[in-house]
Write a protein that binds this ligand. Structure first.
Ligand SMILES: Cc1ncc(COP(=O)(O)O)c(C=O)c1O
Length: 403
């Protein structure tokens, strides 16, 4: 297919739900990706958080190829070895409990919401507790299904899809008093991203998270941590909650866990792991053999000590470079983030910067209008970071000059 034919097919045949950049990609390797004209780009936002190992990681490819030749799919009313291995590995790497497999971040969060409601409606001394409300946070993002949109709580995503499912209360992020004020007899849980990605790379404070854990313990609420974007090594630990020294009751994962294939998962703490019994929840494709093999390959890489040491070293280098840019250009308001999840808040619109970076061969993202988001593959090299910084420097210099 030629470039124009690709665009024409999309225009005619695909619902226009995405704001699209006119680039057609044909191959990728690590942090490098090529378009249909064979132009090479440095990918600093691979797969919207999917590409923690970069494009086409050889171990993932090998695992997938091997599994595809044996058994592609088997439904969840039977057993298979890759799923058994992946579940055991995930529990070993997180906390005692059980997992549920699905296909996306929204689906994992939907499962967490259902589990929390089931838990909140359980009977105590023969009386249904009737607790179903979940406290969420301003600028959160938990997905595009109706329940996760309600949890997301942002009007710009909800417009036209009302009425939203009830039972969600959105309060100010990093404000424990606001959370305490929102808790009532109907509250069943609290759901948050430890770093709000779509919301502008806003990092939860340590004290705040510790206080949330304490509050949940005191009030018998479930703490749901959405690690769809922060999981699988992104923040310098295998899971972001490890940076805070607290464990969630439910952690949701997706994106990077599949190495490029669709996966979703919730990891449920042991004490509540019998809440969803047979027939209460399901997902046809969840944790199939091919995706399970891919995820095992991803974890095999990500759990290596030297891999995480590399992430921390590259993080230090990236943030040093970004701070240097901040010192140079007044249009940069703040640098924030953790590990290899970085946000640069500007005083101007970020879209033209992203477009200019693309022209110069660097793929980045802009969220919340003014926040540039960089989330390179975790195996990025220092040389690649330097190359990206030269491009960003050029583009920012031009933008600063135009202010
Ligand atoms: C924190 C978070 N949760 C949930 C989702 C939804 O994931 P998915 O698009 O796989 O449904 C996203 C997607 O960007 C996300 O960043």
């Amino acid at each position: 297919m030629k470039l124009e034919q690709v665009f024409a097919s999309y225009k005619e045949n695909i619902l226009p739900t995405y704001t699209k950049t006119p680039l057609v990609f044909t191959k990728g390797k690590g942090s490098r990706i090529w378009d249909i004209n064979n132009k090479e780009y440095l990918d600093f936002f691979p797969g919207w958080g999917v590409g923690n190992l970069g494009h086409c990681h050889p171990k993932v490819m090998q695992a997938v190829r091997d599994q595809v030749s044996k058994l592609i799919f088997i439904p969840n009313n039977y057993y298979h070895i890759p799923q058994a291995k992946l579940a055991a590995e995930m529990i070993r790497l997180t906390y005692p409990g059980k997992v549920f497999f699905c296909n996306s971040g929204a689906e994992a969060n939907e499962g967490a919401i259902k589990l929390t409601r089931k838990y909140g409606s359980s009977t105590s001394l023969g009386v249904n507790q009737g607790r179903y409300e979940i406290i969420t946070f301003e600028n959160a993002f938990h997905g595009r299904t109706l329940a996760t949109l309600a949890a997301t709580g942002q009007k710009k995503y909800q417009n036209g899809f009302e009425p939203m499912p009830e039972g969600f209360k959105s309060v100010k992020f990093n404000d424990i008093e606001a959370v305490k004020a929102a808790v009532n007899a109907k509250t069943a849980g609290i759901m948050l991203e430890l770093i709000q990605g779509e919301g502008g790379v806003n990092v939860a404070g340590k004290e705040f998270v510790l206080s949330l854990r304490k509050l949940c313990d005191e009030k018998n609420l479930l703490l749901i941590v959405d690690e769809v974007q922060t999981g699988v090594g992104r923040t310098g630990k295998l899971f972001c909650f490890e940076n805070y020294g607290v464990q969630p009751d439910i952690m949701t994962l997706a994106k990077a866990l599949g190495g490029g294939l669709p996966i979703g998962m919730m990891v449920v703490r042991k004490s509540i792991s019998e809440t969803l019994g047979p027939g209460t929840h399901a997902s046809t494709f969840g944790g199939g053999p091919v995706i399970a093999r891919a995820a095992l390959a991803v974890l095999e890489e990500a759990k290596k000590k030297k891999f995480m040491v590399h992430v921390c070293l590259m993080s230090e280098h990236l943030f040093t470079c970004l701070e240097q840019l901040k010192a140079k250009y007044g249009i940069i308001q703040q640098i924030r983030g953790m590990g290899l999840m970085a946000g640069m808040e500007l005083s101007i619109e970020g879209k033209p910067i992203v477009e200019e970076c693309i022209k110069q061969g660097l793929l980045i993202n802009c969220t919340h209008d003014k926040v540039l988001r960089l989330m390179p593959a975790l195996n990025i090299t220092k040389g690649q970071i330097n190359k990206a910084m030269v491009i960003l420097d050029n583009v920012l210099a031009k933008a600063q000059g135009a202010v």
